[in-house]
Design a protein around this ligand. Structure first.
Ligand code: PMP
Length: 434
């Protein structure tokens, strides 16, 4: 049977046997043993509001996910070298949410793997290697995708930039070069791709493509101005490159008004990458692309992933997408997200430390600033840790780590939103009291 043990023992064991760069969130880490919807429970059974985890998309410990997993594990679980209706059912369900030009699915085990595969497809289709990508992005933890993840390669101790990758400034219209008062900012940010393309062409790498988190998340919960991605895509396609939308953070209804972030942009990607939420915690990544790109890739060696597209994975993935529909979770994300953003804007009018509130649905960022407008990393750390003291889990992001990240499971209710707002209000008041 499962033996809960005390937090100090687990922490000591972790320090003794795990790598030092496996980080823990919060000054006083939490140990979580049970979950239900957007609630988590620690070793004492104390409840926490999970306002951070996007992986349990349809909620922690969903009974339908448990039932499907148990049922499939009792029957059999195998790979894509054998036929199974669950594989095609999963592809059909995903493709029902995609634009018509995307018709081929690849199943893997993580967002990282899906992005690795995206690089291979881009190279196979274009015979080029060069990639353009926004600064501060994150696409995964392997050698290949670290090279397109400035958030990691430019971090302290990181491997540094590669000559086949050109970074462009994030289309951050709060803090970046072009701000919200500039109606041309989408096009101006897109134009930054021009010199990047020129460099890649000159270096001989050519342009295999452009990859971006549709809404940059680790870059600071940024919503690029409408029209940014289509303008970039046009430039990339003019060079024969392909356009990859990493929807790991933004996809599957989280944005409320849109099922995918690229819909907001009016963009038509050539490859869409899905991860995290699509398995609700079961390791699952998916790449969706056009027939033409899949055909180019099929000229090369066989593609196989032992666990990618396993019967179990396909059944769980399909069930997650069905639950989003059956429980109206995209609509819930729209309503609860609107309440949250309205409430945070009210806090912004009363607390000078809030410089910006941005987001869509349940993808939300709160940028904390000092009196002079600079990035208040210390205030951000304070608020995040005080929220944790009140047993509300949120995160922080951005190049200066001064943006609170609120990204709950899509089940969060009005009471949960009220808890976040009232607690944050009290904590922000502590700043002026101290
Ligand atoms: N892309 C994005 C946008 C992500 O946020 C992440 C994970 N944080 C990944 C890719 C990598 O996914 P995984 O950790 O599942 O490999």
């Amino acid at each position: 049977s499962y033996q809960p043990t005390d937090k100090a023992t687990v922490l000591a064991g972790r320090r003794a046997h795990f790598g030092g760069n496996l980080s823990l969130t919060y000054r006083d880490p939490v140990m979580l043993l049970r979950g239900w919807k957007h609630h988590l429970f620690d070793e004492w059974g104390r409840p926490y509001l999970d306002a951070y985890n996007n992986v349990p998309h349809v909620g922690h410990a969903h009974p339908r996910i448990q039932a499907v997993a148990a049922d499939q594990l009792k029957r059999m679980n195998s790979n894509t070298r054998y036929l199974h209706p669950a594989q095609t059912a999963f592809a059909d369900k995903i493709l029902s949410k995609m634009p018509d030009h995307l018709e081929v699915c690849f199943f893997v085990n993580s967002g990282t793997e899906a992005n690795e595969l995206a690089l291979r497809l881009a190279r196979a289709h274009t015979n080029a290697k060069g990639m353009v990508t926004p600064d501060h992005g994150y696409h995964g933890n392997t050698t290949g995708v670290i090279d397109i993840s400035a958030y990691k390669f430019n971090a302290k101790g990181g491997v540094g930039p590669s000559d086949w990758v050109e970074l462009v400034e994030v289309a951050d219209d709060y803090r970046g070069t072009y701000r919200r008062d500039d109606p041309q900012r989408a096009q101006k940010y897109a134009n930054l791709v021009d010199p990047a393309i020129t460099k890649l062409q000159a270096s001989g790498h050519g342009v295999a493509g452009f990859i971006a988190e549709t809404f940059p998340s680790v870059g600071g919960q940024i919503i690029p101005p409408k029209g940014y991605l289509p303008a970039v895509y046009e430039k990339i396609r003019a060079e024969g490159g392909i356009c990859i939308a990493d929807e790991v953070q933004t996809g599957l209804g989280r944005l409320g008004d849109y099922y995918f972030g690229f819909e907001h942009q009016g963009a038509a990607p050539d490859i869409v990458v899905l991860g995290k939420p699509i398995g609700n915690g079961h390791p699952l990544g998916v790449l969706v692309t056009t027939r033409a790109i899949a055909d180019s890739f099929a000229q090369g060696p066989e593609f196989f992933s032992t666990f990618g597209g396993s019967t179990l994975s396909c059944r769980i993935g399909t069930e997650v997408l069905n639950i989003v529909d059956d429980e109206g979770l995209q609509e819930n994300a729209r309503q609860r997200g609107a309440d949250l953003i309205t409430g945070l804007r009210d806090l912004q009018s009363r607390h000078q430390a809030i410089g910006d509130v941005r987001g869509m649905g349940l993808f939300v960022g709160v940028e904390l600033i000092r009196a002079d407008g600079s990035e208040a990393s210390e205030i951000c750390a304070y608020v995040k840790n005080r929220m944790r003291d009140h047993r509300i889990l949120i995160g922080s992001e951005g190049p200066s780590d001064n943006i609170l990240k609120i990204r709950p499971p899509l089940t969060i209710d009005a009471e949960g939103i009220e808890m976040i707002l009232k607690t944050m209000d009290r904590i922000l008041s502590e700043l002026s009291e101290n």
